[in-house]
Design a binder for this molecule. Structure first.
Ligand code: AMP
Ligand code: ZN
Ligand code: FE
Ligand code: FE
Length: 280
């Protein structure tokens, strides 16, 4: 039987992705994916839209999100899977996180204004056209209004952590993030650990109820993928994976390129089923 593949880390225009849910579903079909999860930053708003397109195409859909959380002064990303997207607390809390994102854009723009960059927060919000704006939208606005030649330049000159015009975002504590995902019926997974350098804090995450680690990721090398897969076995955690696609780049698809086997999803489903009711 032909092997089935999945992609469990995708963004749409409901956060900082450039593709609409419909375009993501079409790309998933083109890549012959059997299942996909939507993990937009701090929002679940796109899930109902993408689910509709996936149902039409016979692609299995997992509602998710990617929360920015604080762990001992570091920002990390926490993926949530199998979420009840009608869960009231999840809706309320993600609305607060979105407001923190909006406030941060206003602060970032103020910093840029102080160094003579004449951009307004509304220009960024009008370009973002979503409730969860982020630095990539600001980077696109800096390019659109002629202050930078590329998104990369915008990040390296103004938006990267450590730049004088950078400001931190207020994030929820990781324990609260994990609890929020669990109370909405979901699994909590540490995103792209290879990009974070906080492996020493994985025991804290496990203590807080972490369910899995994202081992396959576009920016993980094979050796990184292997290291985290071994770690998940040692710690009895789920190994998950996805492309973290924010849209096609230079015309090429990124969605589905990590070749995550469908069996990974089956293990996740077993854990959700066995955790139901015991995670609160
Ligand atoms: P934010 O959540 O607003 O802090 O923005 C974080 C997002 O910006 C990440 O999820 C990436 O999609 C993107 N990003 C972070 N660093 C860079 C970079 N150096 N160049 C381009 N995009 C980046
Ligand atoms: Zn992003
Ligand atoms: Fe991330
Ligand atoms: Fe992501």
């Amino acid at each position: 039987m032909k092997q089935k593949f999945i992609d469990l880390h995708l963004h749409t225009s409901f956060s900082d992705g450039i593709s609409s849910p419909e375009q993501v579903a079409e790309a998933a079909e083109d890549m012959n994916l059997s299942a996909i999860a939507l993990t937009d930053h701090d929002t679940i708003e796109g899930c109902s839209h993408l689910e509709k397109y996936c149902i039409n195409k016979g692609i299995e859909f997992i509602p998710g999100t990617e929360l920015s959380v604080d762990i001992e002064g570091n920002e990390m990303h926490l993926l949530g899977y199998f979420l009840d997207i009608e869960n009231q607390l999840l809706i309320e809390q993600t609305t607060i996180y979105q407001q923190n994102r909006i406030n941060r854009i206003i602060e970032l723009v103020e910093r840029l204004n102080k160094i003579g960059i004449d951009l307004t927060a509304d220009q960024v919000f009008n370009l973002a056209k979503c409730k969860a704006p982020g630095r990539p939208h600001l980077a696109r606005a800096l390019v659109k209004y002629g202050f930078c030649k590329s998104n990369n330049e915008a990040f390296s000159r103004f938006l990267r952590k450590g730049s004088p015009t950078w400001v931190p975002k207020i994030n929820a504590n990781y324990r609260d993030g994990i609890k929020l995902i669990h109370q909405a019926g979901g699994l909590a997974v540490m995103a792209h650990p290879g990009l974070n350098n906080i492996d020493n804090l994985i025991p804290n995450l496990v203590d807080a109820g972490l369910d899995g680690i994202e081992c396959w990721h576009t920016r993980h090398q094979k050796s990184t993928e292997k290291r985290y897969r071994e770690m998940t076995i040692k710690l009895s955690l789920l190994a998950t994976g996805g492309s973290d696609c924010h849209g096609p780049q230079k015309g090429l698809p990124i969605i589905g390129t990590k070749q995550v086997p469908y069996e990974i999803l089956e293990m996740m489903k077993q854990k959700v089923a066995s955790s139901a009711g015991s995670l609160l």
